[in-house]
Design a protein around this ligand. Structure first.
Ligand code: ATP
Length: 467
């Protein structure tokens, strides 16, 4: 695919999302806000289904993982202990000509220069300067060589709570969490004391996180307010190797199970690691909309750093009593961390298909049936009561177990096209023949084949098909 094809693919998906009620730019009537989005009816359904599929794998199907829903606001010291305050910065470079903004690490990556969050800004600028002198550094958007120096930019979103009179006083400053795992570390002790899990065990949670992202023109791939799904797995250090491999396998398989092909997935090994980590791998998906492989999920080993830091800063004893060895230890941690919005874009990118059918273009979301926002659409062939009444009765019957939509507007062809575009696996057409044979036509989204099914058999039929 050329760069133009990628852009056009992104435009198609962004347009479908808005036109069909998946994703809207936030605050649009006030001119919008950069990198913040709202999810409409179908978007919310799809997002919730992805979240539930993750939760099912990570919590429901596991004896060794429990759930959590911690608050967004946390004690400000949390982020000092974790190194985010004062450390969670992305150096940025601006193009003076087209005003595009880039992360310095992304620009340097193209020249095989690897930097991380510990690399001093002076060193980053030295690298950039060298490339500038060699006339190699160009704006990826407009090709201009007129780029600024790298400047440090905090990703933490600040707020304040407390009495309005002392608003903005330093003591009241709180941060909107930049990642959800902070809440897991802080609730590790309560989880131990209340649920008594034995090592190894995990705590999983899904929730909002906030980052003042500087490069934010990639639709829901990178947003300033987003949802993360994270699982922190607590273990003894000697278990790390085996369990890390186990989770890498589980997470990779999850993508395959939900219809992502192996060819479009790859592992990316981090070359430069945080000082406490021994290994870090990302799962990358080959986005058509973004023109190549991009990170969707990270699996990181974190040593005993997080619990040691929180223990040091809070004064709380965060050790675990190992009954076998009769000793106390600080558990090590392995995390899996993935953005829900990123998976949302990945599934749309993967599912969006254009086909020619009878000389016409059909766009269809060939998404896993379990993730599809609407499972079944009930479409009476005409608006006459003799058809709408039995059609609504079918809707009444199916709604208990499935997300079903009823639609009697426009021609049947247009209704099929709409359902194809939102990824509905089955359309049920109620026609005049239904009045005689008490049966309906069921159309399959992917093959477009039609089957005649007795109304009395429908629930059973869909239970099997949508399992
Ligand atoms: P990137 O390098 O792409 O900014 P990251 O390495 O900073 O990502 P982590 O801090 O490891 O990301 O976060 C874990 C996961 O959270 C990422 O793999 C991604 O899926 C998701 N994520 C991080 N930042 C964002 C964001 N701004 N918008 C949407 N999802 C995000």
């Amino acid at each position: 695919m050329t760069k133009e094809d990628n852009q056009s693919m992104m435009e198609k998906i962004v347009s479908l999302c808005k036109r069909r009620g998946f994703v809207y730019p936030s605050s649009e009537i006030y001119g919008g806000m950069s990198a913040i989005y709202d999810y409409g009816h179908y978007g919310t359904l799809l997002k919730n289904n992805i979240r539930d599929a993750w939760w099912k794998e990570m919590v429901q199907k596991r004896m060794d993982v429990v759930g959590l829903d911690s608050a967004i606001f946390m004690h400000p010291k949390t982020w000092v202990a974790s190194g985010h305050v004062g450390g969670f910065n992305d150096p940025q470079v601006d193009c003076k000509k087209c005003k595009s903004r880039y992360r310095a690490d992304h620009l340097l990556e193209g020249f095989k220069v690897v930097i991380d969050d510990k690399t001093p800004i002076e060193e980053i600028n030295k690298n950039l300067e060298k490339l500038r002198e060699e006339k190699k550094l160009k704006c990826p958007n407009c090709g201009s060589t007129d780029l600024t120096e790298a400047k440090v930019f905090s990703l933490m979103v600040k707020s304040n709570i407390g009495s309005p009179t002392d608003e903005l006083s330093e003591e009241n400053v709180v941060y909107l969490r930049p990642e959800t795992c902070g809440g897991i570390y802080l609730e590790y002790k309560n989880t131990l004391d209340s649920l008594h899990p034995k090592l190894p065990f995990g705590i999983a949670q899904v929730g909002k996180a906030f980052r003042n992202e500087i490069v934010a023109r990639q639709f829901v791939f990178r947003t300033r307010e987003f949802e993360q799904m994270e699982m922190q797995y607590f273990l003894k250090s000697e278990m790390m190797k085996e369990k890390y491999e186990m989770w890498k396998e589980i997470r990779f398989q999850w993508y395959l199970e939900y219809g992502i092909s192996e060819n479009n997935l790859q592992w990316h090994k981090h070359e430069k690691l945080a000082h406490y980590a021994s290994e870090a791998f990302d799962i990358e998906f080959n986005f058509k909309t973004l023109g190549g492989f991009r990170e969707v999920e990270g699996l990181h080993t974190r040593g005993d750093w997080d619990l040691s830091q929180h223990s040091k800063f809070s004064g709380a004893d965060l050790s675990y009593f190992d009954q076998e060895k009769n000793e106390r230890l600080i558990p090590h941690i392995m995390e899996t961390s993935v953005g829900l919005g990123r998976l949302f874009l990945m599934f749309l990118d993967n599912a969006y298909t254009e086909e020619e059918v009878n000389g016409e273009l059909r766009s269809v979301l060939k998404i896993d049936k379990r993730l599809a926002p609407i499972k079944i659409a009930i479409l009476p062939l005409s608006k006459k009561e003799e058809l709408t009444v039995p059609a609504k009765e079918i809707w009444e019957k199916l709604k208990e177990n499935f997300m079903v939509e009823y639609d009697e507007t426009q021609s049947i062809g247009k209704r099929y096209r709409r359902q194809d575009e939102i990824g509905t696996p089955y359309c049920v057409t109620v026609d005049f023949e239904t009045l005689n044979d008490q049966a309906v036509t069921v159309r399959d989204r992917d093959t477009m084949t039609q089957e005649r099914i007795a109304i009395s058999e429908l629930s059973k039929y869909f239970e099997e098909k949508l399992r």
